[in-house]
Design a protein around this ligand. Structure first.
Ligand code: ADE
Length: 232
């Protein structure tokens, strides 16, 4: 039986899911609250990991070691790096890359983690397929795409930085946890997918757009996740 770890960085990204849990049991660890229960008939653990890559990686390891999750979903909002992804649209991860990993002086590609046998962390094919079905069912009016998530400990709000993430990493959206979650899932051999709703364009307008659109974007993602877990 599947047990699905659902990670969001911010309260807004997980509160709807937590409110929908049945038979909820809460465990506190590392400053995080792990909410176990049934969501739409599926066994899940919903947790707000906090912002950034360290929080996200710690959270994955706890979900694996203590809660024995079989699958991991990372949900939340992201800045768009792809002109075809507008505010409110949904990006389903094909794979994820750390955009702030740079060991190029030693001959590695930008983003590559030294001594690992992969460059990017590939999401699980079956989870990608089911996520696509879940978007069509839960948010039929929302445009979605499958693409690359690039993550770093930075809020991207500068056109030149955005262009670098597009040109160097071929990223479709930028956020601050996904690659870390993907990296942790990869090391633990746990299938994962990242589902992100676009809250801003990761350029000079991002500081204005993000606060206006994050709520709507997070709501879209919550609806999608609720549908998705019942399909797994
Ligand atoms: N999450 C949502 N928008 C973002 C951005 N522009 N940069 C990093 N993380 C984000």
């Amino acid at each position: 039986m599947a047990k699905i770890g659902i990670i969001g960085a911010m309260e807004l990204e997980v509160e709807t899911l937590k409110n929908r849990l049945e038979g909820e049991k809460i465990t506190k660890k590392t400053g995080m609250e792990f909410h176990e229960g049934k969501l739409n008939g599926a066994d899940v653990v919903v947790v707000r990991c906090g912002i950034g890559k360290v929080n996200a990686a710690l959270c994955v390891q706890i979900l694996v070691d203590i809660f024995d999750v079989t699958h991991i979903i990372n949900t939340g909002v992201a800045g768009s790096l792809n002109a075809k992804l507008d505010i409110g649209d949904i990006l389903i991860s094909k794979d994820a890359v750390h955009h702030d990993m740079d060991v190029t002086p030693l001959g590695y590609k930008p983003g590559q983690v030294p001594q690992l046998d992969v460059f990017s962390f590939a999401a699980d094919d079956e989870m990608i397929k089911l996520a696509t079905e879940a978007v069509a069912k839960a948010c039929p009016d929302v445009h979605s795409a499958i693409g690359r998530v690039v993550s770093g400990d930075q809020f991207i709000s500068d056109k030149a930085v955005k262009d670098k993430l597009i040109n160097t990493f071929a990223g479709d959206c930028a956020e601050m946890e996904g690659a870390s979650i993907a990296h942790g899932a990869y090391l633990n051999n746990v299938p994962f997918v990242i589902l992100r709703a676009i809250s801003d364009k990761a350029d000079d307008s991002a500081q204005m757009d993000y606060p206006s659109f994050e709520k709507k974007a997070a709501e879209n993602c919550a609806k999608l996740v609720e549908e998705f877990v019942s399909l797994l």
